[in-house]
Design a protein around this ligand. Structure first.
Ligand SMILES: Cc1ncc(COP(=O)(O)O)c(C=O)c1O
Length: 438
């Protein structure tokens, strides 16, 4: 029997329950006792053998109960068509890491490409590649360059084509199947950073991906309170081999998730299906409302038009709908971007909003907006990235309109919209009222 995502997110780990707790227990141990009976010992695997999920718990840098449970629940979400009896072995194909970037680093350590084709996208992944350039001189070529440029860069067997879709920060999407074809024709591998189009919205393996990566910090965590990275390999013998190697290499990279983060991840996945559908739906409603305003003449739209120059999101790529609606049949993701007319408008809009935190990151239940120049030096300075949370989209729409009006009126609505508590090492420091902390 194959259950729906909302069901597996609650029940995929039933088969590993050994206590009667309904909410999973939190395990904090870093080391685990060996069996009492010497006949039951399983000595460390020798060279050529690999670790997998059935390896007994030894030391938490290898794995621990909480992250085993997290990987178990992630498996049917990442492999939506898998039958129940396939899931225990498929669980080995989903490997979690301490962050999205540590997952990307692990991917490069595993493949050791000589050439990587990569486009724009999350600047942190380029930072990881820079480290690999320093260590062993890996070369890069633009993902969107011509075949001749890929040839000149020498991209071929054993190399890597890395595609982020939808892409950070705009939320626009690319055709996975066409990059799969280009990569495979040259004997290269295709990895997809699917952080912006997580399980339920797209299945990159269905379109030819060899590896799928996520910053699980975003929608998998979903509550802005845990870091997580994920790599998944294909449901093939080759995928199984690669995943076992990834698991072994993770032991030496030391980038395993913390015990408590693993537990938080399981807590988060229980509501994953509800969150991702709702957030993606609301984003599409907001995108439609804002982009329609840019081209219409109602009183409200006249206000929107004075601030918003352009909106970008995969839902607006109507010219690509033939492949895009197949690749993302259930929604186009909860992140979109707004370009204002002036840099000053982009800079001042976030503090006029009441329901959006001005912060980086995305994927949480709370809506965020970021003047992207705060964290990325490479972007258009009029760009604001919006991550839609689980609030009612019409309230968010109203908040945008009120903020646009306030910005136009020069009405400096109190920027002290929330009492933020900044927790320092020594304890909590509550900002004074009116101190301007946003
Ligand atoms: C598309 C994308 N990939 C990777 C990452 C890195 O993830 P993490 O912050 O969990 O290391 C991010 C972070 O924003 C991201 O947006």
């Amino acid at each position: 029997m194959t259950y729906h995502p909302s069901t597996v997110a609650v029940h995929a780990d039933d088969r590993i329950n050994i206590t009667t707790d309904v909410a999973p227990p939190i395990h904090t141990a870093t080391t685990f006792r060996y069996p009492k009976n010497p006949d039951d010992y399983e000595p460390a695997p020798t060279e050529g053998e690999y670790l997998d999920l059935s390896t007994p718990l030894v030391y938490s840098r290898l794995t621990n109960s909480n992250i085993n449970r997290l990987e178990t629940v992630l498996t049917p979400l990442i492999f939506p068509g898998a039958k129940e009896d396939q899931l225990p072995s498929l669980g080995n194909h989903v490997v979690t890491y301490s962050s999205g970037l540590s997952a990307f680093h692990a991917l490069l350590v595993n493949i050791v490409p000589k050439v990587i084709a990569i486009g724009g996208g999350y600047h942190g992944c380029h930072g990881v590649i820079d480290l690999h350039k320093k260590m062993h001189g890996v070369k890069t070529v633009d993902l969107h360059a011509s075949e001749a440029e890929w040839d000149a860069a020498g991209l071929g067997k054993g190399d890597l084509v890395h595609l982020e879709t939808p892409i950070n920060p705009t939320g626009t999407a690319f055709n996975i199947a066409s990059f799969a074809e280009q990569a495979h024709r040259r004997g290269a591998l295709l990895s997809i950073d699917a952080t912006f189009g997580p399980p339920g919205l797209q299945d990159p393996f269905a379109w030819g991906a060899d590896l799928v990566m996520h910053s699980g910090t975003k929608y998998i965590g979903g509550h802005s309170d845990m870091l997580c990275g994920i790599l998944a390999t294909t449901n093939t013998t080759e995928g199984a081999r690669r995943a076992r190697t990834l698991r072994t290499e993770r032991l030496f990279l030391g980038s395993v998730m913390g015990n408590l983060e693993g537990w938080l991840g399981v807590r988060s996945l229980r509501t994953y299906d509800l969150r991702i559908k709702r957030q993606s739906y609301s984003a599409e409603k907001l995108v439609r409302s804002l982009s329609d305003s840019v081209t219409s003449n109602t009183t409200d739209s006249e206000i929107v038009k004075k601030i918003v120059r352009k909106v970008e999101h995969a839902s607006l790529q109507t010219e690509d709908f033939e492949w895009l609606k197949k690749q993302m049949p259930n929604g186009f993701g909860p992140v979109f971007s707004i370009y204002t007319h002036t840099v000053d408008q982009a800079r001042r809009l976030p503090s006029q909003l009441k329901l959006f935190h001005h912060a980086t990151s995305l994927g949480g239940v709370e809506s965020l907006i970021e003047w992207r120049r705060m964290s990325d030096t490479t972007v258009d300075e009029t760009l604001l990235r919006v991550s839609v949370g689980v609030e009612d989209w019409e309230d968010l729409e109203g908040d945008f309109l009120a903020a646009f009006k306030a910005l136009l009126e020069g009405d400096e609505r109190s920027v002290q919209t929330r009492a933020e508590v900044q927790v320092g090492q020594e304890g909590a420091a509550v900002p004074e009222a009116g101190s301007g902390v946003v």
